[in-house]
Design a protein around this ligand. Sequence first.
Ligand SMILES: NC(=O)c1ccc[n+]([C@@H]2O[C@H](COP(=O)([O-])OP(=O)(O)OC[C@H]3O[C@@H](n4cnc5c(N)ncnc54)[C@H](O)[C@@H]3O)[C@@H](O)[C@H]2O)c1
Length: 247
Amino acid sequence: MNNIALVTGAAQGLGLAIAERLFKEEYKVVLTDINFDAAVAAATAIDSRAERVIALELNVQNKASFESALPQTIERFGQCNVLVNNAAMTPTTSVMDISADEFDQVLSTNLRGTFFGCQVFGKYFGEQNYGRLINMSSLAGQMGGVASGAHYAASKGGILTLTKVFARALADQGVTVNSVSPGPVDMPSTREKVPAEKLEHIINTMIPVKRMSSSDFIADMVVMLASENAGCTTGACWDSNGGIFMR
Ligand SMILES: NC(=O)c1ccc[n+]([C@@H]2O[C@H](COP(=O)([O-])OP(=O)(O)OC[C@H]3O[C@@H](n4cnc5c(N)ncnc54)[C@H](O)[C@@H]3O)[C@@H](O)[C@H]2O)c1
């Protein structure tokens, strides 16, 4: 069974919700994060005996970090079949105030990190003739972003494009590459990042269904895209945005 998954940025938030759901679906899961201590704490909370969950330090800005995590995963679990490129920075700096350094920092985490993940794991998956790459994009990448920064929105738009590029490159090697594009997700981190008043305004005036997306459902979508049955879905973007953006 192809059920060994590595999730980036999995110490908290959506990455953690996705890792927990994969674990429930009988996956062996590698929780990775730049914050190693938090990743270890999260992994221990899911599987205190570390039988099906381990934590690794992985900074998505560095290709070498992916190149180190892959053999460690294979050594522990024998193989790897699923990569969820979830790690991201989500600053909300207004567009005219973003410095060159901040722009580069966000792009090198969100976009280049996803690029390295697809390169390193995509190559390995292709050699195995099987694999699932799932990239977390965002409604901001489709519409330009309201609450999030321009650099964040641009990085997420780039992820949609990279998803198609890698999907095409790996299509004949049994590897699918898809993205998931949530609108605002109802999580503590979202409520921390967006002032309460602004969030209520967004919910009531901008979201047709008048509620934020559920992290459980996002995790469901990831599990579905990760499944062996999903072999004919590639280069796609699955949305969960409450009807804000309709194709
Ligand atoms: N929360 C939302 O409403 C929402 C909406 C749309 C899309 N998303 C996407 O979902 C994903 C998760 O979002 P979240 O809200 O849970 O984020 P979060 O900020 O709560 O968690 C992000 C995680 O990534 C880690 N991280 C940051 N930089 C890293 C790096 N260089 N290398 C490795 N790990 C790093 C952080 O330590 C943290 O654990 C992101 O890709 C985000 O763009 C979230």
